[in-house]
Each structure stands twice: as C-alpha cells, then as structure tokens.
Ligand binder design. Structure first.
Ligand SMILES: [Zn+2]
Length: 175
C-alpha cells in the first residue's frame, strides 16, 4: 500500500491517499479539493471510496467535491471491525471514540491512520462537543493493545511516527 499525505486547509489537516493494485481511497478530504483530485489523478489509480476518521469540518470539508468528481461514495456509519478493500490490501475499522463519539482509526498492514485520536506528541481534544475523557482513555488502551510495535501511525495533523507499545498509555494520566 502506498500512502501519500496531502496537507489541507487552515488547520493543516492531513488527508491521506491510499493506493494499492490500481485502486485508491481517500481518507479525510478536509479542504482544498483540487489538490486532492490532482493527487488521485496523478496516482493513476481508480478511486474506490472516501472515508473519514471523524466528522469535524477540517476532515470532511472536501468530501462532497471529491466524491462528486469521481462518482464515489463517502462511507458513513462505519462499524468496529468493518473491513475495507483497496486493491490487494485491506483496511480494518477500529472505533476510537473520545475526541468525537463517532471517531475511528483505520488499520492497514504495518500502519494506522489515527485521525485526531493519537498524534506524534499528544492526543486529540476531549473538550469539544461529544468529546469524552472516559471514552478517550478506553480508546487509547484499545489502540495500545492493537497497534503492533513499529507500526507507522499517520495522524490527522502533524507528522507520522513509529509506534512503540505503551506510547498511548502515557497520555492516560491526562484524562
Ligand atoms: Zn477533530
């Protein structure tokens, strides 16, 4: 799976273009649709779907424009354990509420797209509408159990980083 980061919008949200076997998916097209459309076209892959880690405006702002351009669906109401196929690769949906009630992470082979749940040096805010300290704590524990050591985490803002068991647990004291 090839993963391209496209930084979009005033809040510099990370949109990800995932490409495998001639197919592509866009995660979190937050803004600047043309930039995302150009990246999809440049990849030469067929866009299969759009999905979001959560529904804050900086992650969904260009959903409609990109969906319309390529005639694809924006996947909604994802459930824990859902499997999404891109080419020969699979993405697994893992529910991680806390930053928002509907938040998810996407697990691929050796990587995780973590949205605003887990960043390189912190975790997502829980003081916005629908946020929950208790749910965030549960999600951080769940992620630590599920993310393999040395997996690459691609967050919703900022830099990708390499996961080490226990990283997410150190934030529990803040919740
Ligand atoms: Zn957010």
């Amino acid at each position: 799976m090839k993963i391209e980061k496209i930084v979009v919008g005033m809040l510099r949200a990370n949109c990800y273009l995932l490409v495998d076997g001639g197919e592509a998916a866009v995660i979190d097209p937050g803004d600047e649709p043309q930039k995302i459309i150009d990246a999809v076209e440049k990849s030469g892959a067929k866009l299969k779907f759009i999905a979001n880690t959560h529904r804050h405006f900086d992650h969904i702002g260009a959903n409609a424009a990109v969906a319309e351009k390529f005639g694809v669906e924006v996947l909604a109401n994802l459930n824990d354990g859902d499997i999404l196929a891109i080419g020969e690769s699979k993405l697994k949906v893992v529910k991680t509420s806390g930053h928002t009630p509907d938040g998810v992470c996407f697990f691929g082979d050796g990587f995780v797209v973590s949205g605003d749940t887990l960043f390189e040096d912190g975790i997502g805010r829980t003081d916005l509408e629908g946020g929950s300290d208790g749910q965030m704590a549960a999600s951080l524990k769940k992620l630590d159990a599920l993310i393999p050591d040395s997996a690459i985490v691609h967050p919703g803002h900022g830099n990708a980083f390499i996961y080490k068991k226990g990283i997410s647990l150190k934030y529990l004291q803040w919740t």
